[in-house]
Structures are given as structure tokens and as C-alpha cells.
Design a protein around this ligand. Structure first.
Ligand SMILES: [Zn+2]
Length: 328
């Protein structure tokens, strides 16, 4: 890992144009920008300089070696994935079966009026590669379910993030992740019908109170083999609100009518979307679903840092400073 990024870019510092003509071509400008982003005398790319100042080099080394799987790239999972990549995670598995619906725009990172109809996982992956072109991504437009669980090698990951909101699939993923001793699971409980950012917290699953999704999960577990043997931490909020808006037909209310290009993405999933299978669609806002996602990413980064410190068992090595952009 040592100087891995440095080796990849060959330690180039030169911003010289092609052939010494004195003019920058488009390609030369691209190379110049890439060098600015990656060239560093430090072990990690300059894009992570401020994170390295915060966490120290050993924790950044550990993050670069860390592999996480994010299931569900909606209002929670999309922000979680973004935050993990911006913090220097080495590898991400991104799993979501759906395309972007216009009703996702209110809360999902990659959902805009321009990307409606496109495959969620693909659009998010493009963005994450722009943030860190060296992050390793495994992008799957696929349904995770008890039937497809065998297609996901969770033992290849250190962390599994459950940001799924359909009960049957969520219960299956939690059981699957907890069955692998080397995997640490962090799960999101219900982020819909929550408005107050200051009520969001993280506790062990058994200590969650007043959350409808957690209650339904407990019932599901009891009916299907009992509560999981291992404990796991959840992000949740006790807040309870009711739907107030209109009901009817159309996007987000039972069916998606967004235009979809059947030639793009998984053809068997061209018209699939979870909304159709839900008994009720609940209201959401960006600031709470995003905080759920950021909190999940925070649990991962904190855990990686804690383990890196424990492994070093010494005062963390101070991050290098004094080069790069001025303070602030
Ligand atoms: Zn739609």
C-alpha cells in the first residue's frame, strides 16, 4: 500500500504541454488537473489531505484497505457511499436494482431532473469515480433477496451497510451479514416520516424504541428463526409523523411513469421499481435521510480509526502538514 497512489501516477510533477509548444491542449489540461489532485509527497492523494489531518496517516492507510458493501442506494445509501468515498475508502460494492424516479429527486444524491430514468447504481458510480478515480467499485444493478443472496460474497467485505427499506430483503441481508464473523454490519432503520435532525441517533438494534421498521423487523425475525445471535448497531430516530400530502396514482404513488431507456442497464429490471410493491409510500426530506446516510458512514470511519489506533497501540502518528493549499 505504501505510496500506492504515488506509484500509480509515477510521481509526475510536470505540467508541461505536449511537444513543448507552449500551449495546453485539452488532454494536457486534464493531465495537469489529475497531477494536482494526485501528486503528493504524502502516502495519500491530495484530495484526502484534510481527512488525513483529522484522522492521521495510520487510519488513512486502514481506510484505503477497507472494503464496504452498501445495499440500497436511496435517500440513505447514496449519501453514505459518497461520504465513504470522500473519506478515502478503498473498495465499495454498490447494490440497487432500480432506476431513478423523478420522485427520488427530493432526497437521493444522484437523482436530478436530468438523471431520471437512468440506473441508480451507474449514475452514483460515475459520480464517485469523479471524486476518487482510484476507488475500486463493484457496481450491481441487482435485487438483493433471500433468493439472490448467494450471488453476493459478503465475506469479501469488512463492513456491510444495510440501507434497504423493504422488510423481507432487509431481514435477509441482516441475517446474512451477521452470519459472517469478519463482517461488521451497520443498519438504517426508517428514515421516512422523520423531519427532526436532532433526534437521529445510533444504538444497538435491541435498544431501538418507537421505530416502525425496527418493530416490523423484530416480528419478522421472531417468525423466521428468532432474533439474530450477534448484536449490531442501527441509525434511527424515535420521531413519528404522519403523511399529509395527496394520494393518487403516478410516480411515487404506486407506479413509476418516468421515461426509461430499455437499451440501458439490466433488461429484466427495466420496469422494476420497489414503489409498486409497497403497501404505502411515506413522505421524506433530504436533510434527515442524508443524515442517516452520513451517520452510517461515520460509524464505519470511526470504527476503522478505532481499530487502527488499537493495532498501533501508540499515540497516532501526526498527519503531515505544511504543504498544499493554504489553511482554510
Ligand atoms: Zn417515476
Amino acid at each position: 500500500m505504501l505510496n500506492g497512489y504515488y506509484t500509480i501516477i509515477g510521481g509526475r510533477t510536470g505540467f508541461a504541454d505536449e511537444g513543448g509548444s507552449g500551449r495546453f491542449t485539452g488532454a494536457a489540461f486534464g493531465r495537469r488537473l489529475r497531477n494536482l489532485v494526485y501528486f503528493t509527497r504524502m502516502r495519500h492523494p491530495a484530495i484526502f489531505r484534510r481527512t488525513e489531518l483529522m484522522l492521521g496517516t495510520p487510519a488513512m492507510d486502514a481506510l484505503a484497505r477497507t472494503r464496504a458493501a452498501v445495499f440500497g442506494l436511496g435517500g440513505v445509501g447514496s449519501w453514505c457511499a459518497e461520504s465513504l468515498v470522500r473519506s478515502g475508502i478503498g473498495k465499495l460494492l454498490l447494490v440497487d436494482s432500480d432506476r431513478i424516479c423523478i420522485t427520488n429527486v427530493n432526497r437521493q444524491l444522484m437523482a436530478t431532473t436530468k438523471t431520471a430514468g437512468q440506473v441508480k447504481a451507474d449514475v452514483l458510480a460515475r459520480r464517485l469515480k469523479e471524486i476518487n478515480p482510484l476507488v475500486e467499485l463493484d457496481v450491481r444493478q441487482q435485487i438483493y433477496s433471500p433468493e439472490t443472496a448467494g450471488e453476493f460474497a459478503l465475506d469479501e467485505y469488512d463492513y456491510v451497510i444495510d440501507a434497504i427499506d423493504s422488510l423481507r430483503e432487509k431481514a435477509a441481508l441482516i441475517r446474512h451479514a451477521l452470519s459472517i464473523p469478519t463482517v461488521t454490519l451497520f443498519a438504517s432503520m426508517g428514515a421516512a416520516l422523520k423531519m427532526d435532525p436532532f433526534q437521529i441517533r445510533a444504538t444497538e438494534f435491541r435498544k431501538v424504541e418507537g421505530d416502525g421498521l425496527a418493530r416490523a423487523l423484530r416480528t419478522k425475525f421472531r417468525k423466521t428463526g428468532g432474533m439474530p445471535a450477534r448484536k449490531f448497531k442501527c441509525v434511527w430516530s424515535p420521531e413519528r409523523r404522519e403523511n399529509l400530502g395527496p394520494t393518487g396514482a403516478g410516480c411515487g404513488l404506486g407506479e413509476c411513469v418516468c421515461p426509461k431507456d430499455p437499451g440501458v442497464g439490466e433488461s429484466s429490471l427495466a420496469t422494476h421499481e420497489w414503489c409498486s410493491s409497497k403497501a404505502r409510500i411515506n413522505g421524506t426530506v433530504a436533510h434527515t435521510t442524508a443524515i442517516f446516510g452520513f451517520a452510517l458512514a461515520g460509524l464505519v470511519v470511526q470504527d476503522v480509526e478505532r481499530r487502527a489506533r488499537a493495532a498501533a497501540a501508540v499515540i497516532p502518528e501526526a498527519a503531515p502538514s505544511g504543504t498544499g493549499c493554504p489553511p482554510g
